[in-house]
Each structure stands twice: as C-alpha cells, then as structure tokens.
Design a protein around this ligand. Sequence first.
Ligand SMILES: *Cc1c(COP(=O)(O)O)cnc(C)c1O
Length: 392
Amino acid sequence: MSFSDIVRDEHAALMQTYSRFDIAVESGRGATLTDTEGKTYIDFGSGIGVNSLGYADPDWVAAVQKQAATLAHISNLYYNGVQTSFAKRLCEVAGMARVFLGNSGAEANECAIKLARKYSFDKYGEGRSTIISLQNSFHGRTLATLSATGQDSFHQYFFPFMEGFVFAKAGDIDDLRSKAGGDVCAVMLECVQGEGGVIPLESSYLRAVRAFCDQRDILLIVDEVQTGVGRTGRFLACEYSGIKPDIVTMAKGLGGGLPIGACLCNEKPADVLSAGTHGSTFGGNPIVCAGGNVVLKKLTSDGFMEQVAEKGGYMRERLASMPNVREVRGLGMMLGIVLEKGEAKPAAQECLKNGLLVLTAKTLLRLLPPLTITYDEIDKGLLIMEAVLKGV
Ligand SMILES: *Cc1c(COP(=O)(O)O)cnc(C)c1O
C-alpha cells in the first residue's frame, strides 16, 4: 500500500486524535526504520520509549513467536507459568513485593490510585482519599489519570473529572506540606517529568517527600511509566535519589513493544487488593509476559544498564555542543533539548525529512532512543540533528 492510500484510509477510518508526521513505517531493525517508500530512518524515539530493545531483537522475536504458537491467551481465572515467572522476576529487579499486571501506563496508574485509596480506607476508614500530584505532571488519558495530571490543558471537555486530587508545586516541599491535610492518602510523582518537558526533580526534594510520607503514613506512588525499565541508566529512575516508593508503576519499555502496564508495591499495601477488587481481561497476557521476560533478562545482564548511562552521556555531551542548543537535560537516555530559537515541532519535522525520528515535549525536542542503539546509529542520528539545528 502506498503512503497516500494509507493516509486516505487513516482519515476515513480512525478518529483523528493524533497529529501525525508524514511517514508510514513498514519495518524496523535495531534502531533503524524503513518506510513504505523504502526510505530509512534512525529512530531516537522508539515509539515513545516502548521499543526498549530496538526493533526485531532476535531473542525477543523468538520468545514472542514461540509463546504465540504455544498459548496466546488464557484468562486470569487460571494460573500461567509465563506470567508468574515474569512477575517474580519483575518484583525482584524492582525490589518490590507484589505486582498487578495491566495493559498500559494509564491502567497501571489507575491501579496505583485504587490501591492507595483502599489501603487508607481499610486502615483509617472514609475521608482519607485525596492524592497529591505535582503541577506539570502527566499520568495518563483515562478519566482518573487525567484528573491526576497536573496540567490545566488536560482538564477540559470531559467534565466532571474525578475529585480527590490536589496539585503541589514540583520541587517545593513546603508547598507539598501545606497542601497535605488529614484527608491525604498518597503522593504521586514522576522522578523526571516526561511529557511536562523532561524536568528531573532534585534528589533532595524526593528524599524530603519520602520522609514526609513516612511521618504521615502517606503512600508514595512513583510513576515510572516513562523513566522506568532502564531508560535512565538505572532500572528505576528513583534509584538515583535512593528513595524507595511504596507503589511504582511501569509500562512503556517493559514489554519491548507489546502493551503492558505494571503496578508494583512493597509489603505495606501488598494484601490490599483482594479477590474481586481489581482485575483485567488481558493483563498478564502470556505473549506479553514472554516478551517482558526477554526485556528483563537483557536489562539485568552484565553491563547493560551502564551502557545505557554511557550512551546517554555521550549523546548529551555531543548535543550540548551543537548550534542552537541552549540546554540538554534529563537522565540516561531520556533527554530533552531546549532550543535557543525556533520551535520543536518544525525541527522534528526537519529531522524526519533528513532521516531521523525525534519526539517533542512542550517546547523541547525529546529523545528516547532504543536502549540497544549502537554508537554507529547514534552518530548517524546526531549528524542529521546537527545539520538540522544549524539551519533552524
Ligand atoms: C506515557 C505515560 C503514561 C501513560 O501511559 P499509556 O500507556 O499511554 O496509558 C503515564 N505516565 C507517564 C509518566 C507517561 O510517560
């Protein structure tokens, strides 16, 4: 099918919820994509941080194919060894006690919200259900996670939104304290605000939030949907500050390209979600878990995470010296580029024209390359980026 046929059908058949770039991707290998016209691109976006192992990783493909041919789906009414081996490994790597498996980041956060509220309800009764979220945060597109998102632009059209969310200024512990009345059961935050513009929170702030939550038996929910699964050079971004969340959510990179969401918790609320209080038809699907098992195995192999940090550092240094770059920020291979002049979206479009896929976040260019990208691919991409930035 030609590009124009695809665009025609997309306009006719799909709700027009996305403003897409002018490219239809057909295949991928490593960090390199090929479009319907046969043109190749270096991918610095990995499907918004999803293709953590790049495209068509041979071990991931073999595991997924094998599982599809063995048992594609079985309901959660029955036990399944692939699901349990994945869950066990995930809890071990994350240093958490239990996990609930769903299908997306928003769903993982929905589970976190329900878990925190029920933990508090079971222990303290009604009236302690408020969750403090941060200004400029992003937690998803369902009604509860939109309500938890600290950006006014998301609080439109779909009224009424959910009650029970208040927003504190990111990085300001006094503001958070002043907003924490007796009705608060949880604080929810991203260690690096992703969609908000790649803004890392200070370690000292994160530690202060942790200490405050401990004092008040408030659960700390860390949304690692974008930052988790090795993206920042550690399995979880919160490891950099040394804090341990009570609840942590992951999604994007966890399945290596398959839809998954995971809500993990420590011992404290481990038994709160009992039979019948939560569930998912697809959650913990065997094919997804088979893919996830390969992701976890690779990520925990010797030197893998160090390599992510190294490659991130290399990209950051090269980018910082490029023309028209005011600032490069982020952690590991989650990078935001603040431009001196020109807008991010046209710059991203110019990159695309020249064979490089990049993302944007607010006014920034945003990079989330596959964690397995080679230095050769990085250099090819950076060369294109430099030429584009010169011309902006
Ligand atoms: C992407 C993202 C989500 C939403 O994930 P979906 O899989 O799109 O539902 C939630 N939180 C953060 C921090 C994200 O980056």
